[in-house]
Design a protein around this ligand. Structure first.
Ligand SMILES: *[C@@H]1O[C@H](CO)[C@@H](O)[C@H](O)[C@H]1NC(C)=O
Ligand SMILES: *[C@@H]1O[C@H](CO)[C@@H](O)[C@H](O)[C@H]1NC(C)=O
Ligand SMILES: *[C@@H]1O[C@H](CO)[C@@H](O)[C@H](O)[C@H]1NC(C)=O
Length: 432
């Protein structure tokens, strides 16, 4: 999004939670069935990737990946709320936001529609083949109503593992050549999306099925911007991680847990039964109308008698306050606010400190980075977005079907990453 530098206009939140995907023309393919292969040996490696981006003003965290041979670098928005990874595609493209030389150009590497990953991204998974060699077209639509047409392709992604091996697995992803982002939806600011949900087509699932890593991923988003993303379990601390079971979700392919209760100043309140989705593709946090209303009440109560006054909201951030003089950062104001607390089963708490729900805008007001999900059509879904995952390592363990978190300083990469890069350049592993 090109919103930085546009004065006091708040960026529109990105919300790349998958609502819907469809793949058409499910047909024959002679292409290896990546999706069905089981891990060959107990996987050992992990991948640690530095992140860029921030919640405000950019609204996303992104990772740079090397794709293709020769490799080109693409910046991808990290999205644990959807499965399909895609790049803006020179097919040619309508609605692409990147210059043509930064688009991905497919070259005889189309995935045929019979491939299991083609049916994995289709909603019914049962559309019949019309022709044996048909390509696998898809349409994805996200919760913010952006919709993208494209075609599935395969190519090599280069990764450096923490055990000092370099691997170039061949992965399936989308080449999106028709990007439709009706106003007021923000057009995609990055070259694409890195889909890390738990469905078959997800990059994490593909790497796991190739035997490269354990089926675990996580991220650590820094309040200063940046942070890191990891695949595999090496960076996970051996203690202090709080774990909750993943829910079998209402909409498949989301990392959700619950029921959770919104505590009212550390005590039980009357907002219970919340199903919560952890979604790095969403800039802000969304609660259903009831929880959102309770949060507004708590904050209004906490601010009673404090020198903060209601201020006119900004586009996409309707609830704001101003101080006696403009704030420079959340640090200037967070002492006036209290943490919000979600309590999961067995009293496992997810604490959201003020810096994980407040935004200080360019105009110096402080705004609530939690939004009314009912208003944007999320019905009863509650989404913990980037803002509320900052300064925590958030872990999605698909093998043990659990989600974990632990407070962390996300501004430094874990040690492995700094040791990497010294080793011999291993040859590409063609058949991974
Ligand atoms: C590192 O891990 C990868 C994938 O798990 C494996 O293929 C490779 O052999 C390992 N390398 C070493 C040096 O252990
Ligand atoms: C949230 O949005 C819904 C739908 O627009 C609205 O009816 C409800 O009053 C809002 N809730 C709060 C607490 O503002
Ligand atoms: C300030 O905003 C809150 C939340 O939007 C609202 O409940 C409250 O009534 C407002 N206070 C004043 C003095 O307008």
């Amino acid at each position: 999004m090109k919103c930085s530098g546009r004065g006091a206009v708040a960026p529109l939140p990105l919300l790349f939670t998958l609502l819907f995907t469809a793949a058409f023309r499910v047909c024959r393919s002679d292409f290896p069935r990546i999706g069905r292969r089981a891990p060959a040996a107990p996987p050992r490696g992990s991948v640690i990737l530095p992140l860029s981006g921030n919640v405000y003003p950019l609204g996303y965290y992104s990772v740079s990946l090397n794709v293709g041979r020769p490799a080109k670098v693409y910046e991808l928005d990290v999205d644990t709320g959807s499965d399909l990874t895609w790049l803006q595609c020179d097919a040619p493209c309508t609605g692409c936001t990147k210059p043509r030389d930064q688009l991905y150009k497919p070259k005889n590497n189309l995935v045929h529609c019979e491939d299991p990953l083609c049916s994995a991204i289709s909603i019914s998974g049962t559309e019949p083949c019309k022709n044996p060699d048909d390509q696998c077209d898809y349409e994805v639509e996200y919760a913010d109503k952006g919709s993208f047409l494209g075609v599935l392709v395969y190519d090599y992604f280069a990764f450096q593992l923490t055990n000092n091996t370099r691997l170039s697995p061949r992965l399936t992803f989308g080449c999106s050549y028709n990007l439709d982002t009706p106003s007021p939806t923000a057009p995609p600011p990055t070259a694409g999306i890195l889909g890390l949900g738990n469905g078959k087509a997800s990059i994490i699932t593909q790497l796991y099925r190739l035997g490269m890593i354990r089926n675990v991923l996580g991220h650590c988003l820094s309040t200063k911007g940046g942070g890191f993303l990891f695949f595999g379990d090496d960076p996970i601390p051996s203690s202090n991680v709080l774990w909750v079971p993943m829910s079998p979700t209402l909409l498949a392919k989301h990392y959700a847990s619950g029921p959770a209760e919104l505590l009212n100043r550390q005590k039980p309140g009357n907002v219970k039964g919340l199903q919560v989705i952890f979604d790095s593709g969403s800039s802000y946090t969304y609660f259903n109308s009831k929880a959102y209303g309770a949060i507004l009440n708590q904050l209004t109560g906490d601010l009673n008698g404090k020198p903060l006054k209601n201020a006119t909201g900004e586009k996409s951030l309707p609830v704001c306050w101003k101080g006696t003089k403009p704030f420079n950062s959340v640090n200037d104001v967070n002492a006036q606010f209290k943490p919000l607390v979600l309590s999961f089963a067995n009293n496992v708490e997810y604490k959201i400190p003020p810096e994980a729900y407040l935004i200080v805008t360019k105009g110096g007001n402080v705004c609530l980075g939690i939004l009314n999900g009912t208003e944007v059509g999320l019905a009863d879904f509650n989404i913990i977005g980037d803002i509320s995952m900052q300064s925590k390592m958030v872990i999605y363990d698909n093998e043990r079907q659990q989600i974990g978190w632990v407070s962390a300083d996300c501004s430094h990469l874990p040690n492995w990453a700094s040791q990497a890069g010294e080793e011999a350049d291993y040859p590409y592993h063609e058949d991974l």
